[in-house]
Structure formats: structure tokens, C-alpha cells
Ligand binder design. Structure first.
Ligand SMILES: Nc1nc2c(ncn2[C@@H]2O[C@H](COP(=O)(O)OP(=O)(O)O)[C@@H](O)[C@H]2O)c(=O)[nH]1
Ligand SMILES: [Mg+2]
Length: 368
């Protein structure tokens, strides 16, 4: 065992020295900070004292550059990486601060309230930055009217980039709703079914793959009974195939799925497998507008494994603003399908309506 003590003014410098002299297999035995002699420990420069050891029996015959890379302490490269990440975080923080100061430096109350609301709800930093840079910065004279117009134009641009609304079309035969628990998938299926039955006079059937939650089957069956339409249940891929065939006479089959914790990847795979047995031609990812952006975003990315064509948001009536919709449409670049506006079936469902969303995002009465 070869042991050596190093002193340097930073930890990075010390580990770099160790790496150079002892190679990547060296391990840090101890480290401490000290002060170089000064006045009672004050004013002296901070120094790092690091003791490193190398087991020579394992490394004797191998040149330093060929030795294993799994050092027991962070290498200089890793530290440099961490330093660069820290500087990115600092940069982001200072940007956010300056936007806060930017809005505060303008006396317009409306802009101040709007910025606060967007930041308190689920606006992503990318979107907020774009709004301030491309819309607010170009306003000639600040007035309530100019702020509302900027917010509306900005919302419109995000919706346009996400693509035109994607409702259920007459050519869609099998439509599945996926998403986390409790977001309103089953309730929305009932709303969509009633709408297709009453307004479009389609032969609608309901299929639920949700045999996991107690009461889930009964919940959808109750809606099927009220609407007097066929209903089927399947808990396995095999059952799903035959349940689907039992609905052959229908020209629109709405498929309800289990909402599970998709942070468990095996549950995503299970859902993918069972959905794979049915010829689904349109999948909506359902998200509640009351979700936090970080969870909505993580789940949306996990569900990419299954794939979805458009986003459907629920619980607009419980959200201060549909900010989450804007952030997710921008992040995922998928079109919007519908927005749920309450618990009432079938009334509380609106197809994508840019004008209405622009009004909501501009704050309306809320900020007056
Ligand atoms: N306020 C409000 N509640 C909703 C909306 N959509 C669904 N819900 C309620 O959310 C709860 C969960 O709905 P459910 O359809 O069972 O969710 P699922 O687990 O995704 O199938 C129920 O109490 C619904 O009435 C909506 O747009 N607004
Ligand atoms: Mg359900």
C-alpha cells in the first residue's frame, strides 16, 4: 500500500494532483480543510489536506492510463462537471430574478399580477422567458389593453405551434384515454360517449381495461346503462381481444384504462401490452389542470412508451388558470383535444377553443 499526503488550495486541485501521480485507482483515505498559519487561524489561506492510498499489488504492472476508472472519490473531471452544472443553475436563478425585477420595474399592475399568476401556476421558465422577451419587451406603452393583447397573442402562438385541435372525428373508430389516477378519464369517456351518441348519432360502445380499482368497472357500467350502449370489460390481453370483438357492431369504441403510478415502469409496460391487442387509432393523454408541472411532465414522458396523439385536460373549473395546458402543449408539441370544465356529464367538456383559452390566460376578470 502506497500512502501520500497532498495539500492544495482547492479540492479539485488536490484530486487532480492525486490522479496525475497515483492514477485513477487511488482512493481518498481522509480529507480535511485547514488554515495556513495566520493570526490565530484568521487571515490564513484555506488549504485542503488530502491523504490518498494506492494498493500497489493490484496496479504494479499496469501503466496509469490503463488503470480502472472507478475511483472511490470524485475525479477532477466529475468535479468540473458538477461545477459547470452549478454555474448553469446560478445562471437560471439570476435570469428568473431579473425577470421578477423586470416586471417590478414597470409600474403596470396588470403585468405584475399576470406574471405572478403565471409563475405561481405552472408556467415553464422557457415559456415565461419567451413571453417577456418576445411580447412584453416589444410593448411601446404599457396599458392594461397592451398587456392583455400580449398575453392573448402569446397564448395563440403556443396553441398554433402545438397544431390544430384534435377532436374525435367520424373516421376515428377506437379511441383510448390514458393518464394518471383520478384525472377524470372515466368521467370524460362518459362525456365523449354521450356527445357522440346524441349529437353525432354514432353507435358507441365502451370498453374498460380498468379492473384494478374497486368500483372502476361499476362506474363506467353505470354510464353505459344510462346511455343504453354496449359495455365490455377486460383485465388481460386475451380478454381484451374477445371483449373488443363483442363490440364489433359499434362504430365508435371508447377505451378506458387503469390509472396507475406510471413511475413504476412495469405498469407502463402492462398497459402497453393490453392496449396493443386492440386496434386503437386515437389515444388521448389525460392530465388534470391541477397537477404540478413536474409530475405532468414526468408522466407524459414515461407514457411516450405507449404513445399518444393529443392532450386532453380536465378540471379547468378547479384551476386558477389553464397554465399547465400551455406549458405541456409547448413541451410535448401535441395538439389539444378537449378541456373538462366540471363534473357534469355530458355538459362539462369543451373542444379546443383558442379564443377561450387566450381569454383565460390573459386573466380576464381575475386580474382586473
Ligand atoms: N371539478 C372537476 N372534476 C372532474 C372533472 N373531470 C372529472 N372530475 C372528477 O374527478 C374525479 C375522478 O374522476 P374519474 O373519472 O374517476 O378519474 P379517473 O381515475 O381518471 O378515471 C371524479 O370525482 C370526477 O367527478 C372536471 O373537469 N372538473
Ligand atoms: Mg377511471
Amino acid at each position: 500500500m502506497f500512502i501520500k499526503r497532498y495539500t492544495a488550495s482547492t479540492m479539485t486541485e488536490a484530486t487532480d494532483q492525486i490522479r496525475r501521480e497515483m492514477g485513477l485507482d487511488a482512493v481518498i483515505v481522509s480529507s480535511r480543510t485547514d488554515r495556513a498559519p495566520g493570526i490565530r487561524g484568521w487571515l490564513g489561506q484555506k488549504v485542503f489536506e488530502v491523504v490518498a492510498a494506492l494498493d500497489e499489488s493490484e496496479n504494479r504492472d499496469r501503466p496509469i492510463e490503463h488503470r480502472s476508472k472507478d475511483m472511490n472519490y470524485r475525479s477532477g473531471d466529475q468535479l468540473a462537471d458538477i461545477e459547470s452544472q452549478l454555474s448553469q443553475i446560478q445562471d437560471l436563478l439570476s435570469k428568473t430574478m431579473s425577470f421578477g425585477q423586470f416586471t417590478r420595474s414597470h409600474t403596470n399592475q396588470r403585468l405584475q399580477k399576470l406574471a405572478d399568476r403565471w409563475l405561481e401556476t405552472a408556467i415553464s421558465s422557457t415559456l415565461f422567458e419567451r413571453f417577456m422577451r418576445e411580447y412584453v419587451a416589444n410593448i411601446d406603452s404599457f396599458s392594461n389593453h397592451s398587456i392583455v393583447s400580449a398575453a392573448r397573442e402569446f397564448t395563440h402562438s403556443v396553441l398554433t405551434k402545438a397544431g390544430p385541435g384534435r377532436p374525435i372525428l367520424s373516421t376515428d373508430r377506437v379511441v383510448a384515454l390514458i393518464g394518471p389516477t383520478g384525472v377524470g378519464k372515466t368521467t370524460t369517456i362518459a362525456k365523449l360517449a354521450a356527445h357522440a351518441l346524441i349529437h353525432d348519432e354514432r353507435r358507441v360502445g365502451l370498453l374498460t381495461l380498468d379492473t384494478y380499482r374497486v368500483g372502476a368497472v361499476a362506474q363506467l357500467k353505470t354510464y353505459a346503462d344510462i346511455l343504453n350502449i354496449p359495455f365490455a370489460v377486460a383485465g388481460t390481453p386475451l380478454e381484451a381481444r374477445s371483449a373488443f370483438h363483442s363490440l364489433e357492431a359499434c362504430d365508435l369504441i371508447l377505451v378506458d384504462t387503469t390509472g396507475r403510478s406510471f413511475f413504476d415502469r412495469s405498469q407502463v409496460s402492462e398497459l402497453k401490452e393490453i392496449l396493443g391487442t386492440i386496434p386503437v387509432n386515437l389515444t388521448y393523454l389525460v392530465l388534470s389542470l391541477t397537477l404540478r408541472r413536474v409530475e405532468a411532465s414526468s408522466i407524459s414522458h414515461l407514457l411516450n412508451e405507449i404513445g399518444y396523439d393529443a392532450l386532453l385536460f380536465t378540471k379547468n373549473d378547479e384551476a386558477i388558470m389553464p397554465t399547465l395546458a400551455l406549458s405541456m402543449l409547448d413541451e410535448l408539441r401535441k395538439p389539444l383535444s378537449y378541456i373538462g370544465t366540471g363534473q357534469e356529464v355530458p355538459g362539462h367538456l369543451r373542444p379546443a377553443d383558442p379564443d377561450w383559452l387566450c381569454d383565460l390566460m390573459a386573466g380576464g376578470e381575475l386580474l382586473a
